[in-house]
Write a protein that binds this ligand. Structure first.
Ligand SMILES: Nc1ncnc2c1ncn2[C@@H]1O[C@H](COP(=O)(O)OP(=O)(O)OP(=O)(O)O)[C@@H](O)[C@H]1O
Ligand SMILES: [Mg+2]
Length: 276
């Protein structure tokens, strides 16, 4: 059985990555305060929030770029620390950063295997090409040829190559930072299909996004960050776009506080009315 099949057979509600009470400061800036997040296998968890809400900081903590100041990270039910990107890779957490970090002049195979060329002794070109096609087929990716330079691919195809590359390490969790930003309609649809393939393969997917349509289309749950804190975790099936946006902007707090203020004023007025 391949690891992908094993992953697919894993119970889909098993939480593979779990954060509790994660905080991170940069000098005086509290980028994250007491953040919790659960990522089950075979689920897409969208992390949304306004600019500066702490999304990238969270991604960097999970990918071994920044250590958290406090809090715990559990992976496969064991408490872990992720001091370096290599440690994240070893655990099985892959991150596709927004800039994708592909080499434009190299072809698809070369990009997929950059730094991990099939060994020993010399690169086995045939094996790399076969594995490239296998990977892309698993993802139902539409790449015309694995021998074309990445420079000639569309944005969606590049995203596919970057995701395929991160799958070579056989991760259990994949983090996608704004995978559809700057893509056209057709390419966005292609990438969203790809995210669904990842879920079918049993991976826990963390998708950072600004696009509510994408979140509604593909996520199972949406976790809102606001000013570095959790501001709600919703099952996508039960929440409207307006509710998500309200949690992102804090309109919910305002609505609640405005309502409380109104009722307090009314009570005060009623009291005055009674005493006079
Ligand atoms: N390396 C750093 N040094 C100092 N401050 C930082 C650093 N990285 C992030 N911050 C601050 O932490 C806060 C959270 O930033 P972060 O980049 O995580 O937000 P974000 O949700 O990814 O925003 P965006 O949607 O704009 O990408 C911001 O106030 C930001 O200025
Ligand atoms: Mg960011």
């Amino acid at each position: 059985m391949t690891s992908t099949q094993q992953a697919a057979e894993r119970r889909t509600d098993e939480v593979v990555l779990s954060l509790r009470g994660i905080s991170k400061h940069f000098g005086a800036v509290a980028a994250l305060t007491d953040v919790d997040l659960d990522v089950p296998a075979g689920h897409v968890v969208a992390v949304v929030g306004d600019n500066g809400a702490g999304k990238s900081t969270l991604v960097k903590i999970l990918s071994g770029v920044h250590p958290p100041d406090s809090g715990t990270i559990c992976f496969d039910s064991k408490e872990v620390s992720i001091p370096t990107p290599a440690a994240a890779h070893r655990l099985g957490i892959a991150t596709v950063f927004q800039d994708l970090a592909l080499c434009e002049n190299l072809n698809v195979i070369q990009n997929l295997f950059l730094g991990q060329e099939v060994r020993p002794l010399r690169l086995n070109e045939v094996e790399m090409e076969t594995r490239s096609w296998d990977l892309l087929r698993q993802l139902s990716a539409k790449i015309p040829s694995v021998r074309v330079p990445v420079a000639s691919l569309s944005g969606g195809q590049r995203q596919t190559v970057a995701i395929a590359r991160s799958l070579l390490g056989e991760p259990k969790v994949i983090i996608l930072d704004e995978p559809t930003a700057a893509l056209g309609v057709a390419q966005t649809a292609e990438v969203l299909n790809l995210v669904e393939r990842l879920r079918e393969h049993g991976l826990g997917v963390v998708m950072i996004s600004h696009n509510m349509a994408d979140v509604q289309a593909v996520a199972d749950t949406v976790a809102v960050l606001r000013l570095g804190r959790n501001n709600g975790v919703f099952p996508v099936a039960d929440v409207s776009t307006e509710d998500i946006i309200a949690a992102i902007t804090g309109a919910t707090d305002n609505a609640v506080s405005q309502r409380n203020e109104r009722s307090q004023t009314r009570q005060a007025r009623d009291k005055e009315g009674l005493s006079s």
